[in-house]
Design a protein around this ligand. Structure first.
Ligand code: BGC
Ligand code: BGC
Length: 602
């Protein structure tokens, strides 16, 4: 009897609760995206709309049910946030699980999940790690940059994620800045060309394909122009300079239909970008016609003036569409709700933001395929992808000196000494944004080939490799010494420096070997040009290798003649700290150690 009643009432209850929602009007992929968006906007409650504008860092979720409860629209993995296992399939499970909570909401709007895949899918153990952008700048090869982004999109898709916070299209003007390596180089034209290539690679021709992801041009704008190269600092310049040096990559990104743009932490003439209506709304959205959505940077809204309510009102009214909270989403939603109800933020403004976010979700095909395409997961870190990374490494190396044609080295040399702080240091080779936010030291962080191992694999059986980190074993009987020196991993402001001198240990190693009379090839692993004068002088050959990533074999390819160097500097190389900031059009460009575009071959 009871069962019969239930069978009878259930369809009526279902009909009643669905009466106001005609699912088919937005789930039918045959309908135009703008119709699907308008329909959703017409039936969504205020809570549902504001949830779409909220982005939470997954490790800051208090309760997974909050995804459903607050109708959250987006999650991100901050640097290093995610499953710390060696199996990428765990990432796919991780993603699918979050997604299931979003699908459980009344409207079943899927999450858009963002991650910093800035040189490959770099948070994931075993993923292919490509050179950081500064090295790609030296390749001058847009096809290669596009291919790298295409592969990265595939690896990201293999863990379900939909969106990368890349490419960074900063135009770094001051090497003291800790994010110099995240930009392709000092020249706006180069950054624009390679930024466009990366966006094409990530987004492909069809965003709804399972192998493509949404790209982000970041950080808008003039992040690379701050005073003294200070991260999150103040860019003091007139509008003409801003438009000439820092804006062009965004014009290019919009030409490629970039899906999102991230606001920058820095200020322009004292005003934080996160609150700048002129630059975000008037210039970006209206003048340049950007149709995607603007995401804030990590808690960037909280750097604005006033109390939290005022900060949020300023940011949203200035043009930010989605707020990377990243943690305090409950106070954020309370505050945003209050400001909409009191009229400080208009409903039109909210609908505009939500409409753009929903448009991206429809275009990505998230409603049709919200879960991970598991056929892509095994491609993560595949040999085919690593081969492209190796090609990128060899094309990114810049040969700065090659006295008496020391390079290429013969693979049959009897005895080779390998030394230096970074010879056996996969962590340093990969740099920041690798497995963790700041990166790591040593060889355990992920799967890859340190330069030492690459050299061992490249020489013939007749050759003996002696490894001595500090060059102690050198007695002059070696045919050559390969000394790999440079910076240890860092990210963002933690990499800001007052001086860019080599460490005393690195210099000591080179001096010691020089005293023994052995010829020296120095390989510099660094996120930027450094002050290398003495080391350069003592070396017979010198290679700038930037932050090459996991494929150390690309370095060996150049050392041993499998690839004659083609890399060209994407920065003017300073001879001393007091020349910085220095670029090709600086007054003192003629006094640089090496000009922009320099690069030898053999
Ligand atoms: C960085 C962004 C990054 C974001 C998310 C911020 O601190 O400035 O580049 O995309 O964190 O990890
Ligand atoms: C996160 C990064 C973020 C940074 C900002 C870190 O904890 O992992 O993604 O950029 O905080 O301070």
């Amino acid at each position: 009897m009871k069962k019969a009643l239930l069978l009878f009432t259930l369809p009526i209850l279902m009909f009643l609760s669905c009466a106001s929602v005609d699912q088919q009007k937005y789930t039918d992929s045959g309908k135009p995206v703008d119709e699907r968006v308008s329909y959703l906007l017409s039936i969504m409650t205020l809570e549902e709309k504001l949830g779409q504008m909220t982005q939470v860092n997954t490790s800051d979720l208090i309760d997974l049910e909050d995804i459903t409860r607050y109708h959250l629209g987006s999650l991100l993995s901050g640097g290093g946030v995610g499953p710390r296992t060696d199996d990428p399939a765990d990432w796919a499970d991780y993603y699918d699980n979050f997604q299931s909570y979003a699908l459980n909401t009344r409207l079943g709007i899927p999450l858009i999940y963002g991650v910093d895949a800035v040189h490959g899918h770099n948070n994931v153990y075993g993923a292919t790690i490509f050179p950081h952008n500064i090295g790609l700048g030296a390749t001058r090869d847009p096809e290669l940059v596009e291919e790298i982004a295409r592969i990265t999109a595939m690896e990201v898709s293999g863990t379900g994620m939909d969106w990368t916070f890349a490419p960074c299209v900063a135009v770094p003007q001051d090497e003291r800045w800790g994010r110099t390596y995240e930009g392709f180089g000092e020249d706006p034209e180069l950054v624009t060309e390679l930024g466009k290539a990366a966006i094409r690679g990530y987004q492909g021709d069809d965003l709804s394909a399972s192998t493509t992801i949404l790209a982000t041009a970041k950080h808008y704008v003039a992040d690379g122009g701050t005073e003294d190269g200070k991260d999150q600092g103040n860019s003091i310049m007139d509008e003409e300079e801003l438009r000439e040096i820092h804006l062009p990559p965004y014009i290019g990104a919009i030409e490629e239909n970039v899906g999102s743009i991230m606001a920058s932490f820095n200020s322009w003439n004292g005003d934080k970008l996160h609150g700048n209506q002129y630059l975000m709304t008037d210039v970006l959205k209206e003048e340049l016609g950007f149709e995607g959505f603007i995401v804030s940077d990590w808690a960037g809204v909280k750097q604005l003036k006033g109390n939290y309510d005022q900060q949020i009102v300023t940011a949203i009214n200035a043009g930010i569409d989605m707020v990377m909270c990243p943690a305090d989403y409950i106070p954020f939603l309370d505050s945003l709700t209050r400001s909409v109800k009191s009229g400080k933020i208009s409903m039109e403004r909210i609908d505009e933001s939500v409409g753009k976010i929903l448009t991206a979700k429809f275009e990505l095909g998230l409603f049709e395929n919200p879960l991970t395409d598991r056929s892509l997961t095994p491609l993560i870190g595949s040999q085919e992808h690593r081969d492209v990374a190796r090609e990128a490494v060899r094309k990114s190396l810049v040969l700065l000196k090659n006295e008496n044609s020391l390079l290429p080295l013969d693979k049959n040399l009897e005895k080779i000494l390998v030394s230096g702080s970074n010879a056996n240091n996969l962590g340093a080779q990969c740099g920041g944004w690798t497995l963790t936010w700041q990166g790591e030291r040593g060889n355990d962080l992920t799967v890859g080939t340190p330069v030492l191992e690459a050299i061992e694999q490249s020489v013939s059986g007749n050759s003996t490799i002696i490894f001595s980190q500090k060059g102690d074993l050198s007695d002059g009987s070696e045919n050559v010494a390969i000394v790999v020196i440079g910076e240890q991993a860092y990210a963002e402001g933690k990499g800001d420096r007052k001086t860019l001198d080599l460490t005393p240990n690195d210099l000591e190693t080179i001096r010691k070997i020089k005293e023994s009379g052995t010829k020296i090839v120095t390989v510099l692993i660094s996120g930027r040009p450094m002050i290398i004068n003495e080391a350069l002088e003592l070396s017979d050959a010198f290679l700038a290798a930037w932050l090459p990533g996991t494929e150390g074999l690309g370095v060996a390819d150049v050392l041993f003649g499998d690839y004659a160097p083609t890399g060209k500097l994407s920065h003017t190389w300073p001879a001393s700290m007091d020349q910085i900031p220095l670029s090709a059009d600086s007054e003192h460009a003629g006094e640089a150690l090496f000009p922009y575009g320099f690069g030898l071959t053999y």
